[in-house]
Ligand binder design. Structure first.
Ligand SMILES: NC(=O)c1ccc[n+]([C@@H]2O[C@H](COP(=O)([O-])OP(=O)(O)OC[C@H]3O[C@@H](n4cnc5c(N)ncnc54)[C@H](OP(=O)(O)O)[C@@H]3O)[C@@H](O)[C@H]2O)c1
Length: 295
């Protein structure tokens, strides 16, 4: 069923396509692959599994070599597709060139980019170390934009491919106590929807997925495990989010909110005024750890 619907979506997405022969010739003999940043665990690992089960070669990127190599091995063993790991910090200014070099060496080219690697930051904005905010912007905003800006032109020239940006439900509303994180995801949602409009009909899917809370290491890493949202809001599994993201991407949707509760939340934040939603979100995101206490 998904296959039929995505073939229909293909026709609509490619309604204005005229592929450039040189762009097609440049990838002749190479295998189209799905690049997933942050593919070693969590949501990225689960999205890699979805593409691999659909028979797509995957190229996983994360900083730590051990986990990303193990994830690639496991995907190759369980699905039979090619899964190539690359240990790389995607915030490096020359990350796109390093990725291109590794792809070329493996006989692959970027057909789909999943911009998934991201970092959170919890607490009062003015108490955050400046370096933490800059690291967050470097990954969630600068690196994702740079990779997308680098990958998109050849996709448009070929008239096929796609970008799947992993944003967050937090990108739809300001988030006191995770202010910079929510703002970074708002940037990503806005960028994705705007660029998707610019590229409409040219054969390339451009999608943002905006999950609510997902059970991964993410929350503990930013010391948010004792925030109210961790107990009162239901968390989804990474696999369920990945299934929803993959399906929505194949159907050519521009913004996907996986799951019923996050969908209701997304509609509510669109309908209600910020005067109401911002204090509610702030109550959910505030941690019980007093400022300055060891976490
Ligand atoms: N968990 C949630 O509730 C939730 C909800 C909405 C949206 N999201 C978004 O979903 C995405 C994935 O989150 P997750 O929950 O799966 O997080 P996670 O479990 O912490 O995984 C993060 C992944 O990104 C990689 N990574 C981090 N920094 C990197 C860098 N500079 N360069 C390359 N790889 C890097 C990590 O591997 P290394 O550490 O080895 O680099 C890991 O593979 C993020 O963009 C996050 O904002 C998460």
């Amino acid at each position: 069923m998904l296959h039929t619907l995505s073939a229909v979506a293909d026709r609509w997405i490619a309604r204005r396509v005229s592929p450039e022969p040189e762009a097609l010739a440049a990838v002749e003999g190479l295998t189209p692959t799905v690049i997933i940043t942050g593919g070693s665990r969590g949501i990225g690992r689960a999205i890699a599994g979805e593409f691999a089960r659909a028979g797509r070669a995957v190229f996983l990127i994360a900083r730590e070599p051990g986990p990303v190599e193990a994830a690639a091995l496991e995907i190759a063993r369980t699905t039979g597709v090619r899964a190539v790991p690359l240990a790389l910090d995607v915030t490096l200014p020359d990350a796109p060139q390093r990725i291109d070099a590794a792809l070329a060496e493996a006989g692959l080219y970027a057909d789909v980019l999943v911009n998934n690697a991201g970092v959170g930051l919890s607490g009062v904005f003015v108490d955050q170390p400046g370096a933490g905010i800059e690291d967050l912007i470097a990954l969630n905003i600068t690196a994702t934009s740079r990779l997308m800006h680098h990958a998109l032109p050849p996709m448009l020239a070929r008239g096929r491919g796609g970008i799947l940006n992993v944003a967050s439900l937090g990108g739809l509303v300001p988030g006191p106590y995770q202010a910079a994180y929510y703002a970074s995801k708002a940037y990503l949602v806005s960028l994705t929807e705007a660029v998707a409009f610019e590229a409409r009909g040219r054969g390339v899917r451009i999608t943002a997925v905006a999950p609510g809370p997902v059970d991964t290491r993410f929350h503990r890493a930013m010391h948010a495990d004792d925030a109210l949202y961790r107990t009162v809001l239901p968390s989804q599994g990474a696999e369920a989010v990945a299934r929803s993201a993959y399906r929505g991407f194949m159907l050519g949707r521009r913004l996907i909110v996986p799951g019923l509760v996050p969908t209701v939340a997304a509609v509510s934040v669109k309908l209600l005024p910020h005067a109401l939603t911002v204090p509610i979100v702030g109550t959910l995101l505030g941690t019980r750890t007093p400022p300055g206490a060891p976490k």
